[in-house]
Design a protein around this ligand. Structure first.
Ligand SMILES: [Mn+2]
Length: 459
């Protein structure tokens, strides 16, 4: 039996991964799951929702409420051995060579010899057979008189080549391709996490491994995408953020619209298709929308978001569903509450969970956002959070790092910065004695804070 992988199996070349940004928030998870569902339901596509990073506290609360499983964890799009291996038929070492011979004829010249416990023993190939025959048949008097039938009675282990390179199914081909191409042998073992046989890979299959098909939702910048995006086939982007998209070779479907959440866009596409999302999925997208818009109070909120909230509520709040009897406002407040608070959280977790990385000119920086229901809560954690920001800055070799702590009740934020360049002293937010700044009425990193930061840095 093959082990259950934490990574998705990549064998189906038509499979499409729908994935949100790294450090996924609720909208990134919800829009990936919602859009994957639409692609299956409307187009019959083999679409799978994925995520790049851990589920945050708010999303995990929402998924639990709705009895939904989180999407597949998928951090890197570079082709791996499991995308090119073939699960060829096997024999055990003690079985007669005749059985290997039968397999050789069906596989085009390879018979994997696998121990009863599933670990690899060796490979029988045309070359290993020749070596075996010349080793034994040549000068050896006993073998001289052997018939073909007798020869085929010899145990497989005698004719197998055992010095065969072994690779893990989840190893990136890119990381070992140079060494591999220098190897004399044409075939390799592909093993699971328990070092058991999964399949065989041939050298020639590694030169042009199939690219993974990827749809990005809720982001369009490579820096916020899963690793090795340039090695994948990017087929579509569905988003509501500023542009910073990667270049592509082929034209792709590209939708970036000024609405409060990507879940809003997905709900519109579902409606356009004449469909309605299942209650659980509708509830999840509603949570994504309410989270991104802070229950429709963020300045990013548009009329279309209000319509989307009504639409999603109509699908989600039905009888017998997990959210039966809820209201948009009531559900929204619970969603926000599930993600707020600094008290129970590790400071490094606070500055990395909802962190986004940006680059302009020669400046690389990160802005993390955390939500609280009372800004004074921040005062108790200022020093540990500053240390955590510093650690984040060093780990990622950034020029500076910023934490935006947003009071989701009052609609204000406080900004905490480490190593901010001098130009950011011009930030139009009131400096406080403790070195933070109070940004009154600022709740949106994307729409309010980021444009100001960029305009100062680019001046
Ligand atoms: Mn979003």
């Amino acid at each position: 039996m093959a082990s259950v992988h934490s990574m998705p199996n990549l064998r189906d070349p038509n499979r499409i991964f729908v994935i949100g940004h790294v450090n996924p928030d609720t909208d990134a998870i919800a829009s990936a799951m919602g859009y994957a569902w639409l692609l299956q339901e409307r187009d019959g596509a083999n679409a799978v929702a994925a995520r790049s990073g851990a589920i945050n506290r708010q999303t995990s609360w929402v998924l639990r409420e709705l009895n939904l499983e989180p999407p597949l964890l998928f951090n890197d799009a570079s082709p791996r051995f499991d995308s090119v291996m073939r699960r060829l038929d096997t024999v055990t070492p003690e079985r007669p060579l005749s059985e290997a011979w039968a397999i050789l004829n069906r596989t085009g010249g390879i018979a994997p010899v696998v121990n009863p416990d599933g670990t690899p023993y060796g490979l029988i190939t045309g070359k290993s057979l020749f070596n075996f025959l010349s080793r034994h048949m040549g000068p050896h008097p006993r073998y001289k008189d052997m018939t073909m039938a007798e020869l085929l009675e010899i145990p497989c282990k005698e004719a197998a080549e055992t010095d065969i390179a072994r690779y893990s199914a989840t190893t990136r081909i890119r990381d070992v391709i140079r060494r591999l191409l220098r190897d004399e042998v044409d075939e390799f073992w592909v093993l699971d996490d328990n070092k058991r046989y999964l399949g065989i890979c041939r050298q020639r299959d590694l030169l042009d491994p199939p690219r993974l098909k990827i749809i990005l939702v809720d982001h369009n910048e490579s820096q916020q995408a899963l690793g090795s995006l340039d090695e994948a086939e990017l087929i579509e982007i569905l988003d509501h953020h500023r542009l910073g998209n990667p270049t592509t070779h082929e034209p792709i479907r590209f939708t970036v619209d000024v609405v409060g959440s990507t879940s809003t866009l997905v709900s519109e596409l579902i409606e356009d298709a004449g469909l309605s999302a299942p209650p659980e999925l509708a509830g999840l997208m509603l949570a994504g929308l309410l989270s991104d818009t802070l229950v429709m109070t963020s300045p990013t909120t548009t009329e279309r978001d209000h319509q989307a909230a009504d639409r999603l509520a109509r699908w989600a709040f039905v009888w017998g569903a997990p959210l039966e009897g809820e209201t948009i406002q009531g559900f929204g407040e619970k969603v926000l509450a599930a993600g707020t608070g600094l008290a129970s959280r590790d400071p490094l977790d606070v500055v990395t969970t909802d962190m986004k990385q940006y680059e302009t000119g020669n400046t690389r920086f990160a802005i993390a956002q955390a939500e609280v229901s009372d800004l004074y809560e921040l005062n108790d954690y200022l020093e540990p959070l500053r240390d955590a920001l510093q650690e984040l800055r060093e780990r990622r070799s950034l020029d500076f790092a910023m934490l935006m702590v947003t009071d989701v009740v009052q609609g204000d934020s406080r900004l905490l910065m480490v190593d901010a360049p001098a130009v950011l002293e011009e930030l139009p937010y009131r400096p406080l004695a403790d070195g933070t700044r109070l940004a009154t009425g600022v709740v949106s990193r994307k729409k309010q804070l980021l444009p100001v930061v960029f305009s100062l840095l680019e001046d």
